[in-house]
Design a binder for this molecule. Structure first.
Ligand SMILES: NC(=O)c1ccc[n+]([C@@H]2O[C@H](COP(=O)([O-])OP(=O)(O)OC[C@H]3O[C@@H](n4cnc5c(N)ncnc54)[C@H](O)[C@@H]3O)[C@@H](O)[C@H]2O)c1
Length: 262
């Protein structure tokens, strides 16, 4: 099979969480470009609709679906209501700042309360469990599936300054995704993570425009630039396709070499 054929997602149904902006939005657009019918999930329905409308040009298919990934009932309903047929690709992307304010940065972790971090932890970890649970149930009968979980280098190296809980949630999501690789292998399902470094999205744009901040952060990135959503979407396309059928249980760092520079 040619590489073009291997990357062809025609006939596949993909659900991308938190696809109303940023990384998720670009992943949704790229998967649709390569033939998948895409469910654009976000808890902000207007955002999801706007992205689905933008994607649905020519013969590309995209529908908006509102659900808070942290709420199992909402997620379960979304998987039965979207009208595109069984989902075969799930991209767990929702999280980050969109999950609500990060735990109070002014307070050291030992002075925080669970109320400071519960919501943040819940979306970044339980959201992955909820969506994967519903997605895999639709993949198993078809004997083919892809689970892709967007994590962060924070989950690997552990970040401070209010990122302690986020680091734990992302590390948990990675461990869970590896378990899904073991569980899904015999059903033709692969499960992998993409670990992001600093990537330019609406959640991060304003900080990246600060020259002092940019200079300090980029000294840790070998390629000396921030990631773009398209960098992540290209990796997600590969992991969604038959081109990656022998890769499972892995974490692909798409981070400009951050892992090597530390
Ligand atoms: N941007 C970065 O530098 C960076 C770095 C490391 C990891 N990440 C990860 O990449 C992913 C995407 O990040 P981004 O920068 O594009 O984020 P973003 O905040 O720009 O966009 C996230 C989208 O997800 C939606 N969302 C948030 N919580 C949701 C929920 N509970 N249910 C449904 N939708 C929800 C938001 O409404 C928003 O549209 C996140 O998982 C984040 O942790 C990002």
């Amino acid at each position: 099979m040619s590489t073009t054929e291997l990357l062809d997602l025609s006939g596949r149904v993909a659900l991308v969480t938190g696809a109303g902006q940023g990384v998720g939005r670009q992943i949704a657009a790229t998967l649709a470009e390569y033939g998948a019918s895409v469910i654009v999930n976000d808890f902000d329905l207007d955002r999801a609709k706007q992205v689905a409308d933008e994607i649905s040009t020519g013969n590309r298919v995209a529908v908006a679906a509102q659900a808070d990934v942290g709420d199992f009932e909402q997620v379960n309903r979304m998987f039965s209501d979207h009208g595109l047929g069984p989902v075969s690709i799930v991209v767990n992307n929702a999280g980050n700042g969109g999950a609500g304010p990060a735990p109070t940065r002014q307070l050291p972790f030992w002075e925080q309360d669970p109320s400071d971090w519960e919501r943040f932890f819940h979306v970044n970890l339980d959201g992955v469990l909820n969506v994967t649970r519903c997605g895999i149930a639709q993949m198993v009968p078809n004997g083919w599936g892809r689970v892709i979980t967007i994590i962060s280098d924070a989950g690997r190296v552990g970040e401070t300054n209010g990122m302690e809980v986020y680091s734990g949630a992302k590390a948990g999501a990675a461990g869970f995704t590896r378990a899904m690789a073991r569980l899904g292998g015999r059903y033709g399902i692969t499960a992998n993570c993409i670990a992001l470094g600093a990537t330019r999205t609406p959640a991060t744009e304003s900080r990246m425009q600060n020259e002092e901040f940019a200079k300090k952060v980029l000294s840790n990135y070998i390629v000396r630039r921030f990631g773009e959503p398209s960098d992540i979407a290209n990796a997600a396309l590969f992991l969604s396709s038959d081109a990656s059928s022998y890769i499972t249980g892995q974490t692909i760092p798409v981070n400009g070499g951050y892992s090597l520079a530390l």
